[in-house]
Design a protein around this ligand. Structure first.
Ligand SMILES: NC(=O)c1ccc[n+]([C@@H]2O[C@H](COP(=O)([O-])OP(=O)(O)OC[C@H]3O[C@@H](n4cnc5c(N)ncnc54)[C@H](OP(=O)(O)O)[C@@H]3O)[C@@H](O)[C@H]2O)c1
Length: 319
């Protein structure tokens, strides 16, 4: 495993990390979750991503239970969670980054994770209805109270991130240091030109999500939706069109010979591609079983093989 600084922050994250969306609780129970986290940790993963909203809080609970069983030294790993969607109905508790929600919800997350603090706390989406000053101050206060060590943004527009940094700088508050954007061969917009000042000038880090576009980039959906895949998970029907889109599947098929030439599986090839981007600090992988972790962690051995010519060839397929 190799480690990259989270942008210009002092903390380092493994190039590949492990997240819990869809899988923890919904697809995998405590035994499987513990085995997957152990497989990742043994491969050098030091960052585990979670969110309040995943499986209605159950994903945090199961990760907390697994961490208890694994009994790793706290200094040897990082845990994140993300706030925004909320677990309760009500005007102040859903789709919001207001001060009351943030200060109360972090306690809920820490309780479920059974941790004293999370290493990274993300605002899961931007909330244009709450003044940015209010959110920045609340995140600063959460850090000052020792409940999170760093904070970041997820799927924020570049101008929103720049505004948050500016507010923090003006008031000498803890600044956000990391974005959590979608990033895979199909979806690259969060590293477009608007984000250059964020990554280049401000040294923001990134922990990127859905590197396999929910599994399409493994080639597993070429002949329909397998029964044991994300596409067949109850509640995930909304994603089926993306998984079976003919245009997407044709591009994946065109990628196959390139991966084969390298001796990589499509999953390994697609994960390794993400790490070509120097602004990516960690690629958050997802897995529903241990075998996938073993396969995905081997992606690291292919990263050096992406020559400029190959990258151009790939870009032509995804143009
Ligand atoms: N900030 C945000 O808004 C946001 C949004 C989404 C995700 N995330 C984070 O990013 C993490 C990763 O996202 P993701 O789960 O969507 O990642 P992904 O890599 O796009 O998809 C992972 C899924 O693909 C399948 N898969 C993985 N490796 C495979 C392999 N080698 N062979 C065959 N199938 C394989 C598995 O599903 P099946 O086996 O069930 O098919 C697995 O759960 C999440 O867990 C979460 O922590 C953040």
């Amino acid at each position: 495993m190799k480690y990259r600084h989270l942008g210009k922050a002092g903390i380092q994250v493994s190039e590949l990390s492990l997240g819990s969306w869809v899988t923890f609780h919904t697809q995998s129970g405590i035994g499987s979750v513990t085995a997957m986290m152990a497989a990742a940790y043994d491969a050098g993963v030091n960052f585990f991503d979670n969110a309040e909203g995943y499986a209605g809080g159950k994903s945090e609970e199961i990760m907390g239970a697994a961490l208890k069983k694994l009994a790793w030294r706290r200094g040897s790993y990082l845990v994140s969670t993300k706030l925004y969607w909320g677990l309760n109905e009500g005007p102040n508790e859903q789709n919001t980054l207001n001060r009351k929600y943030l200060l109360e919800s972090i306690d809920g997350s820490l309780g479920r994770l059974d941790l004293d603090y999370v290493d990274l706390l993300f605002c899961h989406r931007a909330d244009p209805t709450t003044p940015i000053e209010e959110t920045v101050w609340a995140m600063h206060n959460i850090i000052e109270r020792g409940k999170a060590l760093y904070w970041g943004t997820s799927e924020w527009e570049a101008r929103e991130i720049l505004e948050a940094i500016d507010v923090a700088e003006r008031h000498h508050l803890h600044k956000p240091i990391v974005e959590q954007p979608v990033y895979n061969l199909f979806q690259r917009h969060r590293f477009g030109p608007a984000y250059e000042p964020v990554y280049k000038d401000h040294g923001y880090g990134s922990t990127t999500w859905s590197p396999l576009a929910s599994g399409v980039l493994t080639g597993k959906y070429q002949a329909g939706i397998p029964d044991d895949s994300r596409g067949a998970v109850k509640g995930m029907e909304w994603i089926q069109d993306q998984l079976t889109d003919a245009d997407r599947l044709a591009r994946v098929a065109a990628l196959e010979p390139l991966a084969k030439d390298m001796g990589a599986s499509l999953a390994q090839f697609s994960l390794a591609w993400c790490l070509q981007n120097p602004h990516v600090s960690s690629v958050i992988t997802g897995a529903s079983r241990v075998e996938q972790i073993h396969e995905n962690m081997k992606a690291l051995q292919f990263v050096e093989q992406f020559t400029p010519d190959l990258i151009e060839e790939i870009d032509r397929i995804f143009a």
